[in-house]
Ligand binder design. Sequence first.
Ligand SMILES: Cc1ncc(COP(=O)(O)O)c(C=O)c1O
Ligand SMILES: N[C@@H](CCCC[NH3+])C(=O)O
Length: 428
Amino acid sequence: MSEQNLPLPGHPHIAYRDNTLYVEGVALPALAREHGTPLFVYSKQWMLDALAAYQRGFEGRDALVCYAIKANSSLGILRVFAEAGCGFDIVSGGELARVLAAGADPAKVIFSGVGKTRAEMRQALAAGIACFNVESEAEIDVLNAVALAEGRRAAISVRINPNVDPKTHPYISTGLKGNKFGIAHDRAVAIYQHAASLAGLQVVGIDCHIGSQITEAEPYLEALERVLDLVEAIEKAGIPLHHLDFGGGLGIDYNGDTPPAADALWQRLLARLDARGFGRRRLIVEPGRSLVGNAGLCVTEVLYTKPGEEKNFCIVDAAMNDLPRPAMYQAFHRIAPVVSRQGGQALTYDVVGPVCESGDWLGRDRALDVQAGDLLAVLSAGAYSMAMASNYNTRGRAAELLVSGDRATLIRRRETIEDQLRSERLGD
Ligand SMILES: Cc1ncc(COP(=O)(O)O)c(C=O)c1O
Ligand SMILES: N[C@@H](CCCC[NH3+])C(=O)O
C-alpha cells in the first residue's frame, strides 16, 4: 500500500477530501500559503474526543484527568483542556506559569519531576497547587523545609517505582529499577512513615508512572497490583491515602500501533480496583501523548529532491529541531502528501531536513511521488514535537494553528531571528 493510501491516524478529523488533506473543515494548502511552513496544525475536536474517552472511562467515579503538559505546552492547547475542566501535570516552574496563564485552576495542578528546585517549590506553594509528586527522600526533606519556611503545608504523593517493564523504547520507560524516577517499592512504607512525621507535609496520595507510548494493558495491570499492595501496607501503618495517581503513558497509533482506548483500559483497571476494594478512591491520571499526539501534524514543503549514491533524498523545510522524535528515538511518523497525485510514479526517499546532521531525518525509505514545492504532512506530531523543538542551526521555531470546524486560529506565530537574538549580548 502506498503511503498516501494508509488510513490516517487522526481520522475522521484529519482526512483527505478530493485528494487534499484537511484538518477538520480546513484545507492545508491554504493554511500553508497564508502562514508558511513548517507549520503545526492541530484539531481541537480530536483533543476533546481523546479527553472524552478518559471521561467515559471514569464515568460515575471520583477522577481527575491532569493533562501532562510536557507533551505539548502551547498556551492555545492548554486553554482547550482548561476550558474542558482538566487538571494539569507539570514538571517545572515554567510549566506552572504556563498553566496559570492558560486559565488553569491551581487546585487541579499536580507537580511531578525528580529535580524540583526550592524556588519552584515556593512558586507552587504560593500558587496553591493540589499536590507535589515527590520522587526521593531528599526531596521530601527539602520540600518540608521549604513549606515550613513559607508557613505552609505541602500536600504530597510519593512516586513509587513499581519495577514494571512497560515494553516501550528504553529512553521512555520510567518504572524500572534502573530508571531515575520514583522510590523503590521496598523502601516505600518507611519513606511514607518519615514523610507523615514531618510538620510541613501532608501525605495525601500515592503516585506511579511507568513509561510512555505503552500499547498494552498488561504493564498497567501489573503496576496497579503492586501499587495497591503498597497502599494496603501504608494504610496498615496508619497513613491514609486520599488519592491514587496512575500517571500517564498510554500510547497512540504512529505506525499501525493498537493501544487500548482510554475507556477500555480503564474499564479493566477499574475492575481490578473494584475487586480490591479501591474503586471509590479518588483517582488521578496524567495522560500527555494520548490527549494530543494524533491531533496534530506538521506541514512541510519539499525544497529539493536529490538522488544519492545509495538513496534518494527528499529535502524538506522541517527538520530535527522541529520534529526531534525520529532523531532521538528512531521514531516513526507517517508522512503523507498534502495533495495526493493520482497515477504518478512513487520513488523511495529518505525524508530529511536542512540541519547539518546525518541524524536529521524525519522518515526513512518512504514511497512518495513528490517534486520541489510540494507539501507533505508529518503525522502524529501533536505530542513531543513542538514541545521539544529547539533553535538548533539558528532555525526559528514553527508557527502553530488550532483548527476548530472551519476556523483556524494562530496560537503561536513563527519565531523570528529577532526573537532569537533578543536575549543575547555580544559581551565586553
Ligand atoms: C510523571 C509523568 N506523568 C505523565 C507523563 C505523560 O506521559 P504520556 O505522554 O506518555 O502520557 C510523563 C511522561 O512520560 C511523566 O513523566
Ligand atoms: N519525549 C518522549 C516521551 C517522553 C515522555 C516524558 N516522560 C517521546 O517523544 O516519545
